[in-house]
Design a protein around this ligand. Structure first.
Ligand code: ADP
Ligand code: ZN
Length: 612
């Protein structure tokens, strides 16, 4: 391959404005772009929605030649290529969905220099003749998207990614940029090493997403809580992550029964059905998606207003990536995690099945960190960011702990009741049965084992079942009780329990009031935010522009966001441009789109303004 050093005469800022219609780079984008344009390797770590793609797309436009982009999912490739083409950028993808003829045409375009970016699947890299064919082309840059797929430690491990070091071996002179949104320290070092990068520079953008509120709610009585949350978000889009396929289906069904447009999504569905659900959601016809982790990678929908975790994920990375799908437009969005010990047990159960000892220990450590987050008594965002090695100085003010710091009370007596019931049962009660005993409820489990004869039967009748569950959860968190998941999830005393029962140790509990206040506070907070979100500077105009956008998108057979993002429409409402040059000042309007859609939008805006 012939290599020539060409100065990149096209300034990144110019390209950013011309093609994407943006005025400024985000922190680190510019630095990363300069580094790549200098011909050096890089690992770029930015949260979902942080703007990773521009870090290779702008260099691709600045350089003469071709940029190869390795991307793990066909849907992801398709979306990115579609979005690039909509900005007038010559991009294409090569994967198993192309026919023989389409592929021949593609290679012809490549040889003619008609393409700037080529997206390929990792499998394709290793297919017959691919690398030889690429070597005939002026390859200038290689980007490896979702690079965490290379690591065994990540949760999206893809064996083909492990072999991608072949790219650096085959094209040692071509800079490689690896990008990901999910990488802890172990995965991060795997990426550089396994790809064979040469002293790559690490770019880590802040993982802080201050517009996302963080909250953890009790994982008991979830349905009632959900009803209230969904009522607040009436008409807005959100995702509910569930653990199992079946629970996705059931939950979606229940939500539809509330009169809300909801659907489920999981890997067990036919591809066609999945893509229909995804399209409906992206286009705003379906409001709530109940999904497993299969949903989300590569979904570019900026106005997701809430993400709920119906079950606790097994790691902070997964959690963070999933909540990251909310509020990508930078406007307030709400995230809620339902947390209960049952979820921890389920996760422990999965981990127990893992054969590899090192991997099991790793998963266990990850689960511990996730639990720490769910049980946090201090600012949750601080904890979250510390996981990604950031140390913010101040508390965030936008998490439930900051808004309603825990109120404590002396719970020694409650603890003694619960612990002595466990002692008297000789460690044979699961949480639910312990609550029955404390409340004096003659449930089937109680009757069957004559637990009503225990001395502690009914000692805690004045406390509600829900509150008992919250108390017991705290006894577990404080290390007074453990759940023996190998013995039918029965509660056992720990040595610390004896200190409470016999040695006068006191126990502090977070009062139920705190939980309740958090539930209520969130409700008020969100109503305010929802108003803000739904209030463009000119609501009438905004609706008209949205309708126009739908019409144009429909004519093109493309999703609406491909025409313009909500953010761009909102900016139009503020600026009310009357000329083409004013239209080009709108954030998110590049030259190509201005040419294609400018007149239609200018006319619509002029019409609305004149009618007033
Ligand atoms: P990621 O790949 O990191 O999840 P994307 O590259 O898809 O994020 O970018 C997320 C959104 O932010 C996109 O809509 C993109 O156009 C927008 N974006 C990226 N960089 C900028 C910028 N400098 N100014 C304004 N918007 C930007
Ligand atoms: Zn906080």
């Amino acid at each position: 391959m012939e290599i020539v050093d060409l100065p990149h005469t096209r300034a990144p800022e110019e390209l950013l404005h011309k093609h994407f219609g943006y005025h400024n780079f985000r922190p680190l984008q510019r630095e990363a772009i300069d580094h790549v344009l200098d011909g050096k390797d890089a690992v770029i770590l930015m949260p979902t929605g942080g703007g990773k793609s521009l870090c290779f797309q702008i260099p691709a436009l600045a350089l003469d030649g071709i940029t190869l982009v390795v991307s793990p999912l066909i849907a992801l490739m398709k979306d990115q290529v579609q979005a690039l083409q909509a900005n007038g950028i010559a991009a294409a993808f090569l994967n198993s969905t192309l026919t023989y003829d389409e592929e021949q045409l593609l290679w012809q375009d490549l040889r003619n220099g008609a393409l700037k970016l080529l997206y390929v699947s990792p499998e394709r890299i290793f297919s017959q003749g691919f690398l030889d064919a690429i070597a005939q082309l002026p390859l200038r840059l290689i980007a490896i998207d979702e690079a965490h797929c290379i690591s065994n430690w990540g949760h999206h491990f893809r064996p083909e990614y492990k072999r991608l070091h072949i790219l650096k071996e085959r094209f040692p002179e071509v800079p490689v940029v690896a990008l990901t949104a999910t990488a802890d320290a172990a995965v991060r070092s795997d990426i550089g090493e396994l790809l064979g990068l040469r002293t790559p520079r690490l770019f880590i953008a802040s993982f802080d997403r201050p517009n996302l509120s963080l909250a953890v709610l009790p994982g008991q009585k979830k349905s009632a809580q959900l009803g209230r949350i969904l009522a607040k978000h009436n008409g807005q889009c959100g995702i509910i992550y569930c653990q199992s396929r079946k629970s996705c289906e059931q939950l979606a069904e229940r939500i539809r029964a509330m009169g809300i447009r909801a659907a489920h999504y999981h890997a067990g569905m036919e591809p066609q059905e999945r893509s229909t659900v995804q399209d409906e959601f992206i286009q705003g016809r379906c409001h709530v998606i109940c999904a497993t982790i299969a949903f989300g990678m590569g979904i570019d929908k900026s106005d997701v207003r809430f993400v709920i975790h119906w079950n606790m994920p097994g790691s902070v990375e997964s959690y963070y990536q999933e909540i990251g799908r909310a509020g990508r437009d930078g406007k307030p969005a709400e995230t809620i995690l339902f947390y209960s010990y049952a979820d921890v047990q389920r996760q422990l159960h999965f981990i127990d099945e893992v054969q590899d000892e090192r991997y099991r220990a790793m998963q266990m450590a990850k689960l511990e960190r996730m639990k720490d987050f769910a049980e946090a008594g201090t600012c949750r965002r601080k904890m979250l960011l510390s996981y990604f090695s950031e140390m913010p100085a101040d508390d965030c003010g936008n998490c439930d702990v900051c808004k309603d710091p825990p109120k404590w009370f002396d719970g020694t007596q409650c603890a003694q009741m619960a612990l002595s019931a466990v002692a008297r049962s000789r460690g044979s009660l699961p949480v639910g049965t312990l609550v029955d005993v404390l409340k004096g409820t003659r449930s089937a489990a109680v009757q069957e084992r004559q637990l009503n004869l225990l001395q502690t039967f009914g000692v805690g009748a004045s406390i509600s079942e829900f509150v008992w569950q919250l108390h017991i959860q705290q006894f577990i968190q404080q290390g007074l009780l453990t759940i023996d998941y190998k013995d039918n999830y029965h509660l056992k005393l720990t040595p610390h329990a004896n200190e409470v029962l016999f040695k006068g140790r006191t126990v502090r509990l977070v009062s139920f009031e705190t939980i309740k206040e958090r539930q209520d506070a969130q409700k008020q907070m969100h109503t305010k935010e929802a108003d803000r979100v739904a209030e463009p500077t000119d609501a009438g105009l905004f609706d008209r522009l949205k309708a126009l956008r739908s019409k144009l998108a429909k004519a093109l057979g493309k999703p609406a966001y491909i025409v313009f993002s909500d953010a761009a429409l909102l900016d139009m409402c503020t600026r009310k441009p009357a000329t083409m040059s004013a239209f080009l000042q709108v954030n998110g309007v590049g030259e190509y789109k201005a040419e294609q859609f400018g007149e239609a939008f200018l006319e619509e805006i002029a019409g609305v303004v004149a009618a007033r």
